[in-house]
Structures are given as C-alpha cells and as structure tokens.
Design a protein around this ligand. Structure first.
Ligand code: BGC
Length: 937
C-alpha cells in the first residue's frame, strides 16, 4: 500500500521519462465512448448542480494521447446535432483529462435536461469524430418544487409490534392531447419501500427503492421517464408500499435495550410522488395528496426484509393499477405530517435483478418437501411458477446449506425467518415473485404443492446494487478461479445500497470494518464509484456528535449511545473515501469529507494524548475472527490475535497519515503538516511502545507484522527483520495462516513485498484448514465469515455467528489482481491515468490473465510460461501510461513484438536488475517475450 507523496498528478507525469514512439502502424482515433455523468450512464433526476463528466478515448495506436477535448452540452438534441452547446461549450481545452470534468455551463434548474457529446484531439492535434450523444436530467432541486404531500395511513398504529399489512395507493387521472406531451416524468420516494405502476405496468426496474438511508435525515428520490406510458383520456397510478428498512425489522435491533423489534424509523410507510407532464405551453401535475385512495386489503399481507413475504393471491384486485377500476370503497389516503426529512437524488446504480439462476438439482428429502439447489449462494429471491387449488398455501424457505439428510440448515439465519408464503388463486399457472424482502441462500425448500414440481417451478433472481463489473481473473489453477468468483458473488450478495456484512441472518448492516478490509478488492471486482458516492454520506450522517464514526452506516440506533468509536471500524470513514479517491480520481469526495475525517482523528487524539490508543475503544472488536477463534482439536486458542491496543494504535497512525495525504491533495498545506507531523509522532510512539530493538512487535503475531509493515510504521532497517519474524510465526501454526479480517490481505501483500512470494502462493493455493481452498473443497460458492465455518467431521461453527457469505476474508482479491495479474493503481496519480503493471508468476501457475476496467479505460495483462520463456501481453489504454515491472531473469534478452526493448516503440527501459526490467509504457498493446527461469532452476 501507500508510498504516497504529495505531488500532484501533473507534476508526477512531467517527471516521467520521455518515450520514443517511432512509426507504429495500425488503427486510428475514433469517437470517444463510455460517456458517463456522475459515474452513471444517462442518469435522470440528479441533484448535483456541477456534475462531473467522463469518457474513454478510443485509439488503438501506441502512444495514443488525448491532448485536448471539447464538450458541448445542449438543452435539446437538435441543438447538439448542429454542435450548438447552448448550455455549455467548453471550447477546445488543452488537457489530457477524461474523467471528473466538471460541467461549467449555464445553471441547471430543476427538471432541466442536458444532452452532451465530446470529441478529443490526439498527439498530432487531429480531432476525433464526435461521440454519440449522452444525457442527464436534473431532479427537483428545491423543497418548494414539491407540492406533493407525504401520504399514507396516518392513523395511530395498533398496540403491539405485529407487522401491518402493506397498503396499496391509487390515483386515477385524465390526460388530454397525449400527442402534445413533450415529456412526462415521475419523481417518487417513500419512507419504506415502493413499487410504482402506471396503467397496469410496472414503472422502471428498481428493486427495494428508495433504498436505505438514515430516514431521520435523508431519503432518496427516483426519477422515471413515463412519456410513452401515458394514454389519451383515463390513466391510473398505483403504488404498493411496504415496510423495508423504515418500518420493518432491522438487524441487531433485538440486542438494543428497550429498542423496538421493528419500526425503528416509523411504523407505517408513506409515499411522496409527483408526476409532471410537460407541454410546450406549461406543465400539468399529478401529485400525492388527500385525493388518492388507499387500501390495506390487497394481496400482500406481510413484507419484511428479514422474515419474507406473505402474499394471498385470492385477494388480488385485478385492474387496481389501471384506469376504470372502481376504488370508491377505498378510503382516502391521509396526509402524513412532513417530518422535514431531506429528499435527495439517488446517486448510485439502483438495486436490480441482475441475473437469473436455474436450479441445478431438485430433491425430495421428505415426502412433499422439495429442495431446489440453485448451484450458487447469492442474495435475492425466487420466482415461483406453480398451479394448484384455490386457497392452498405454498411455502418457500431459504438456506445457504443443507443438513446431511438433505433438509435445510437454517440455524445460522438466527431469527430471520427468510420464508415466503404464497396462497394460490387457483387460476391456472400462477407466477409469484416477492419484491419487498431478500434472502441469502443457495437452496430453497418448497412445500404445500399438490403435485411434484419440475425444475421450472423455481427461478433464482439475483438482486443487488447493480454496479457494473470491472475486473476479470482467470488462471491455470481452477481453485483460484473459483476463489475469484466466490469473492465476486459475496460482494454481489452484500450490496443493497449499503455494503453489508451478510445477506442471510438477522443482521445485514453496513459494518464499517468489513468494507474497510474489502474496499480495494471491491473496486477491482465491481465499479464502486457510484455506490461509494451514495454510502460515504451515510457514514457522515452516522457520525456521533463528538466525532466518533459509527460501527455501521446507516446507523439505525443512536451513534451517540452505542455502536461507534471502534478501531478499524470507525477508520473506514477515512480509508473508504481515500480508496474512492485513488481508484476514481474523485477529489470531490475528499472536499466533502475532509472535515468529518479530521473530527474522527481529533476525537481519538483528544482521548489518547500520549498517542497510543488505550482509551475509548468501545466495542473493540480487534482483528476480527483471527485464528484464535477456530474450534479445532489441537489448534492454539491464543497467539494469533494482535493485541488490541497495538492494533488500534496502528489504525490511528494510518488514518492520520491518510488524512494528511487528503489535506495535501486538497491543497491545505497547514493541515497536511499538522496531520503529517501527528502521524509521524504516532508512528514513533508505536515503535517505542510496541517494537523491540530486535524488531519483535508486541504479540509476535503474523497479523501484527503484516499490519505494521502495510501501514509503513517501521523504520527501514527493521522492515526486513520484521518480515522474517512474520514468516517465523507460521511455525506455530504448522505453516498455516492465522490472520483475521484486517490483517489477511496485509499478510499476503507484505510477504510478496519482502521476498516471500512463494509463501504467499503457498497460502493462496493451500487446501488445509484454515484456508480459502479448504472452504472451496467443502463446496463453498461464496466467502465464509469464518475460516472454520464448516469443518468436515466437526460440522458447522457456532450458528450464532456463522454466515457463509461474508466478504472480509475475500479481501485477498486485491492481492490476486495486484500480484497474480499485476494491475495496481499508481498512488501518485489517482484514477489510473498512470498505473503499475507488476505480474508476479509463482506457485504452480503456468498462466494467468485478467483485466480491469478503470475509469481511464480497459487495462489488460496476461502471462503464460512456455518452457523457459514468459510471454506477457499488456494493454495500456489510450491516454494512459504505465510503469511495468517485467519479471525476467535476463533483462538483456527481453523482446517486445520481436524487437529489443530499446527499439520497441512506446517502451522506455528505466532499469534492469536480477528481478527484472522496469520500463515505462505508453498507451498501446504490447507482447513481451522474456527469459524465465523460476527460482531454484
Ligand atoms: C458482523 C461482522 C462485523 C462484526 C463486528 C458481526 O456480527 O457480521 O462482520 O464486522 O459483527 O465485530
């Protein structure tokens, strides 16, 4: 990790050696692609008034550079077509910037639409064609734009805490002269969850909208274009509300003294909606108000995120969401007082169904009990297709694993019922799909059928925040390929607008320590830019008055009272924004977050003036689930855990260092000095208190050395001895890993950095307990919470805490992409405009290939060993450059596309030693051919 200086990117790039290009044939500059606004493709209803634009230059030539760009933005597509940027014409800007280009045109009022395109100029000052047009629109920016009311059932909820039937709301209206409509847009939000329907059809494909924020402060609004769905004459809007995070059960509420088991934010969901029909001469509006009709007598009887749905198809109200339905018997909706919650646009990709899974097996472990195996542990729900007599109830229960007798193992769900019940209408083939719950499962048990089902009765719907896939990984070892897939599936299972710990049990909170460990892996796997843009404000919302960051965000309880201020959990409030900056060159997140990050550091400092984090560590989880927690005969129960004070002080030092770097990026010189000095003092205090002159770190654990090295806490002369001790620590564990959530990826990285690559490969390909390989051999399709989640012969770990889909130990994905494939961010130049290629072939691997779709373009790296040669293919995207470390024992014989390196266009040799050749690469595709003799030959 970080070797950061406070150089700016441009200063860094200016210092890079000049690269001779020569006359490399092939390809030409094409129109830029991949246009995004605020990280999203064509977003509607944003509220960022200075949105940031990005694109990817398209130019396959070596050395392709963007030397200038021109963006034009128009308020209608016809103007854009004739190159009239009536909102903004950037002019020709001499710049290589392709992301985070801030719109600087006319102010963008509420509801305005912007169409945009871009062209670029290459190194020869030749222009590209214009890109295809892209667009965004603004939402309702002022509270005054909303004359819609909050509506719902405003009557006092009944005594007790039983779930209440989720209401349906309906509004009939007429539209004349549909042909004259310029645009019709719905802005809709709920305290709770909503599904919106218009004229009998669902609007949009968002699931679990408006998603989870701290509803006491902020709620997100979604915007849908419904122009094509309106009809001449009678129309109808229908909304199904449900409890969701607002009124339903939330994990851990059961352990909060006096806390309600549900309804943490409120007991009854409510709706706010504005349909705006725009014409040349004005605007018509249909808004949520007291004229809407409402009923709690619909088919959906219960909907809870943790427990599941109860749906009675006998109660369906055909046509309720279409014109012509007689709603006279429905009472009028009531106005719900506006509690002043702020309505904000949704900045992240919506939760969607991203893929469907077919069963791979169907068994009947007991008569009439059918178990479908979907072949993959995931988060979402099942679509059921069955027929049967009216009034019969089909029950779907979900589980991650089976008991030996083939029945569901549900003990690790704790109190989450994860059960959906569907009562048949009796009308032929019926399809039911829950929409206001989600489960973490691989197996679904179906009971209550009158006849044996076929596999087509169940389809698994994979549901999560739909961040685009960013990274791919493949190599000659199927175990590692499965591991990469398991990491990605675990990430998908834990992205439901917040980064959660697990999707199956009654918890599912945005645990900060877990995402701190996983954030870089998460960025390699999926594009997290928009997701973190949404979540980082959740972290600020949950910051306690005194500056403590929460243990999880959103924080549905009271962060001033509990679950805040924990080392390596609270520190995610510093690490994750920094990760967002490094990966996406996002300086805005630093601007918005800096003060908050300072408050966290200042709080630790105020309480620990001697710079060792001894006081106020609150729940003090430490290096969670390290190998002291393993339950195995003969396995030591002490000696793996880094002492908590040492662990905490290391995080205090590292977070302070990061805050100093943030200040440097923001040009806040005094803060950079202040926090830089403080970080150095903490580092020295750490060494004085916990590091012996011979390099022994208090506790003498694998974890302790790994974290101290990773965070740069040791003086230079002690680093190699510390790494040696780290390796010596393996002896007590029979050569096995003993690290926890936070130290695991540090261990892999520091082994690699200090000459122990073979050890790192041994660990990642190990199949003995504890290891990633062991879990895979037991059939894991996701990452387990614990190294010993299940042990053959012993069985499952403590069901009170044994999720089989927890991503923290999957943080090794960062090492897989950074070391096996060799793609790494360059810390001085965020956003991959300059990056590092450093593949380290090892173990028994004979080939590996991978790619990472960075914000600056698609980076690829593939290697294969052929006898005594290593073939290495690299793609450096147009307008970027890379420092490549070519692993070879004989730098002199290195070739690129058959040429000596010094004659290869785009390659500049910098240095050469026994580890290989270091060179600078211009944009382009390269085929290196290197001498290769593995160690020991
Ligand atoms: C969660 C963890 C979390 C932890 C705090 C657990 O219940 O599942 O992943 O970080 O609590 O120690």
């Amino acid at each position: 990790m970080p070797r950061i200086s406070l150089w700016t990117a441009s200063c860094f790039l200016a210092l890079l050696p000049a690269i001779v290009l020569g006359d490399e044939p092939g390809g030409e500059l094409a129109a830029p692609s991949g246009l995004r606004c605020e990280y999203l493709v064509d977003p509607l209803g944003i509220d960022e008034q200075a949105p940031r634009l990005s694109w990817e230059p398209v130019d396959p030539r070596r050395g392709a550079q963007q030397t200038a760009y021109r963006v034009i933005v128009a308020d209608d597509p016809a103007a854009l077509e004739v190159d009239e940027g009536n909102l903004w014409d950037s002019g020709i800007v001499r710049s290589a910037q392709t992301c985070q280009v801030v719109y600087a045109g006319q102010p963008l009022p509420s509801r305005s639409c912007a169409w945009w395109k871009v062209r670029t100029w290459d190194q020869d000052d030749q222009p590209s064609p214009w890109s295809a047009p892209a667009r965004w629109s603004m939402g309702l920016l002022d509270a005054a734009d909303w004359d819609a009311q909050w509506i719902g059932d405003a009557s006092p909820p009944p005594e007790g805490m039983e779930p209440l039937p989720p209401p349906l709301l309906r509004k009939a209206f007429t539209v004349a002269d549909v042909a004259g409509i310029r645009r019709a847009v719905v802005y809709v939000t709920a305290l709770g969850l909503y599904e919106l329907r218009l004229n009998g059809a669902r609007v949009g494909d968002h699931q679990l909208a408006p998603e989870w924020t701290d509803y006491r402060r902020r709620v997100q609004v979604q915007c849908y274009d419904v122009t094509a769905a309106l009809r001449e004459g009678d129309n109808a809007l229908g909304v199904q509300l449900a409890d969701g995070w607002y009124a339903g059960r939330i994990g851990l509420s059961q352990i909060v003294p006096g806390g309600p088991p549900r309804g943490i934010y409120g007991r009854r969901p409510c709706l706010r909606l504005a349909l705006e029909i725009e014409r040349a001469d004005g605007r018509e509006r249909v808004v949520s108000d007291g004229s809407w009709r409402m009923t709690a007598e619909g088919p959906l009887r219960v909907a809870d995120l943790l427990d599941g749905e109860i749906y009675d198809a006998q109660r369906e109200l055909p046509g309720w969401d279409s014109p012509g339905f007689d709603d006279a018997s429905w009472p009028r909706a009531r106005l719900v007082p506006d509690a002043g919650v702020q309505i904000v646009a949704q900045p992240n990709e919506p939760i969607r169904i991203t893929r469907e899974l077919k069963p791979v097996a169907l068994t009947e472990p007991r008569p009439g009990t059918y178990v479908f195996d979907l072949g993959q542990n995931f988060a979402g729900w099942c679509r059921l297709r069955v027929s049967g007599p009216r009034g019969q109830t089909v029950t779907l229960r979900h589980a991650e694993v089976l008991n030996p007798d083939g029945t569901l193992y549900t003990a690790n769900l704790r109190s989450a019922a994860a059960t959906d019940r569907y009562t048949l209408s009796g009308e032929g083939l019926e399809t039911y799909e829950p929409r206001f719950t989600y489960h973490g499962f691989r197996y679904v048990e179906v009971t209550g059928l009158s006849a044996a089902p076929g596999p087509e009765a169940i389809t698994g719907c994979v549901v999560h925040s739909a961040a685009p896939e960013a990274g791919t990984f493949e190599c000659s070892d199927p175990l590692l390929n499965r591991l990469w897939q398991n990491i990605q599936w675990t990430q998908r299972a834990n992205m439901h607008s917040t980064p959660t710990d697990c999707p199956q049990r009654d918890e599912r909170l945005g645990w900060m320590g877990d995402i701190l460990a996983f954030a870089q892996t998460g960025c390699y796997q999926l594009d997290m830019a928009a997701f973190f843009t949404k979540w980082i404000p959740d972290v600020r919302d949950a910051q306690a008055e005194d500056g403590r960051y929460p243990d999880f965000a959103p924080h549905p309880f009271d962060p001033d009272a509990r679950f805040s201020g924990v080392p390596a959990w609270g520190d995610a409030g510093v690490f994750v924004p920094w990760c967002q900056y490094l990966n996406y060159a996002d300086t805005r997140v630093l601007e918005q977050h800096f003060e908050s990050a300072c408050r966290w550091i200042d709080w630790i400092h105020d309480n620990n003036p001697d710079l060792l984090w001894k006081n106020k560590r609150h729940n003090d989880y430490g290096d969670w689930l390290n190998a002291d927690t393993l339950k195995l005969d003969g396995w030591p129960t002490q000696g793996a855990a880094m002492p908590k004070e040492v662990f905490a002080t290391a995080f205090f030092a590292r977070s302070t260092q990061i805050v100093a770097h943030m200040a440097g990026v923001l040009g806040r010189a005094a803060d950079a000095r202040r926090y830089g000095d403080l970080a150095e003092q903490i580092r020295q205090a750490f060494c004085r208190a916990y590091v012996e002159p011979d390099g022994r770190i208090a506790g003498d654990t694998q974890a302790g050395y790994a974290i101290a090295l990773q965070f740069g806490l040791l003086p230079m002369e002690m680093r190699q001895p510390a790494a040696r001790r780290m390796v010596d620590c393996f002896a007590r564990y029979n050569g096995q890993i003993s690290t926890g959530f936070h130290s695991t990826v540090c261990l892999m990285t520091q082994l690699t950095a200090h000459g122990y690559l073979d050890e790192a490969y041994r660990l990642i390909t190990n199949r003995r307990m504890p290891s990633w390989g062991y879990a895979i051999d037991q059939g894991a399709t996701t990452i387990w919470e614990r190294w010993d989640g299940y042990v053959a012969g012993r069985g499952f770990q403590d069901p009170g805490m044994n999720s089989l889909a927890h991503y923290a130990l999957g943080s090794v994905g960062e090492w897989m992409m950074g070391t096996i494939i060799g793609i790494q961010p360059e810390l001085e130049v965020p956003g991959y405009q300059h990056f590092v290629i450093c593949p380290r072939p090892g173990g028994e691997l004979t080939w590996a290939r991978g790619a990472y779709h960075s914000i600056s373009g698609l980076i690829e790296c593939a290697w294969r060993i052929e006898g005594q040669r290593l073939k290495l293919d690299v793609t450096v995207p147009p307008n970027t450059r890379a420092t490549a470390y070519l692993p070879t024992t004989d730098g002199e014989s290195a070739r690129e596309s058959g040429r000596d390196l010094d004659a290869a266009p785009g390659v500049k040799r910098i240095s050469c030693d026994e580890d290989g050749v270091r060179c600078e690469l211009a944009a382009g595709r390269y085929a290196f051919d290197l001498d290769w003799r593995p160690a020991g030959d």
